[in-house]
Design a protein around this ligand. Structure first.
Ligand code: SAH
Length: 231
């Protein structure tokens, strides 16, 4: 690893991360801000992509092709599907899918387009480092399937569709697109999320109330992973 990319989708997801790095320099590119910084001797670039698959694709590609990052870590929040995942619990993806990618009219399965696959896998080594960190620190971390789509899911019906179609454990809006970029460009990636909600909220649920707390839990864990990678 010579240069590490760390991405979140929202400002709240990278603020707790930025505090841990030194020599932070802002670099504006493609209508976004990239924070070039250091952890000891390690070069790191941090950015929040903005929400959704398109912006996160742009950011991941930029991190790799423009800034030369050769390892990518994503930190953020997600809606939980697996009932074992309570608000604040952590999940890393072993594979991800785009739940809203739909050319089923042509007889293809959900999530599939020709030349792609229903699922994209993440890096085995990074996943194992994360599992080791969880083990050493006695932190609950589930490994599972994450489904990504350009919609905030807050209803039982859509949540159940995603569970039944992909057997997903959590859902969010950026992971699969980032993983597709990394897979295509041969850059190992880790997609880490802390649960912020259960994707079936009624109108009384205040997402932002849990966002900050869960984003910080994900960021705190990610820093532990970075420290272990940088040893
Ligand atoms: N608070 C924001 C909107 C958040 S959208 C605003 O008002 O601007 C939800 C973000 O959190 C996305 O980045 C997504 O990746 C993640 N997320 C958490 N829970 C989710 C859910 N139930 N459905 C979809 N994305 C979710």
């Amino acid at each position: 690893m010579t240069k590490l990319a760390i991405i979140g989708a929202m400002e709240e997801e990278i603020i707790p991360l930025l505090l841990k790095f030194t020599d932070v320099k802002e670099n504006n590119f493609a209508s976004n801000t990239y924070y070039e910084c250091k952890l000891g001797n390690l070069d790191v670039v941090i950015a929040y992509s903005k929400i959704g698959k398109v912006f996160s694709t742009l950011t991941a590609t930029t991190m790799i092709e423009k800034f030369g990052c050769d390892t990518l870590l994503f930190s953020g929040v997600a809606g939980g599907i697996n009932p074992d995942l309570k608000i604040g619990d952590l999940i890393i993806a072993n594979k991800l899918t785009q739940h809203d990618l739909d050319i089923t009219a042509f007889g293809h399965p959900h999530g599939y387009v020709p030349g792609g696959g229903v699922f994209v896998h993440t890096d085995e080594k990074l996943k194992n480092v994360a599992l080791e960190v969880a083990n050493e620190n006695n932190i609950k971390l589930i490994e599972g399937i994450i489904a990504t789509g350009d919609q905030f899911v807050a209803n039982e019906q859509r949540k159940n569709f995603i569970l039944n179609t992909f057997n997903a454990d959590a859902l969010e809006m950026e992971g699969a697109s980032v993983a597709v970029v990394c897979d295509a460009l041969n850059v190992p990636c880790l997609i880490l999320r802390a649960i912020s909600d259960t994707a079936d909220m009624d109108a009384g649920f205040n997402f932002d109330e849990f966002l900050e707390d869960s984003a910080k839990k994900s960021a705190d864990f990610l820093i532990k992973v970075v420290n272990k990678l940088n040893k």
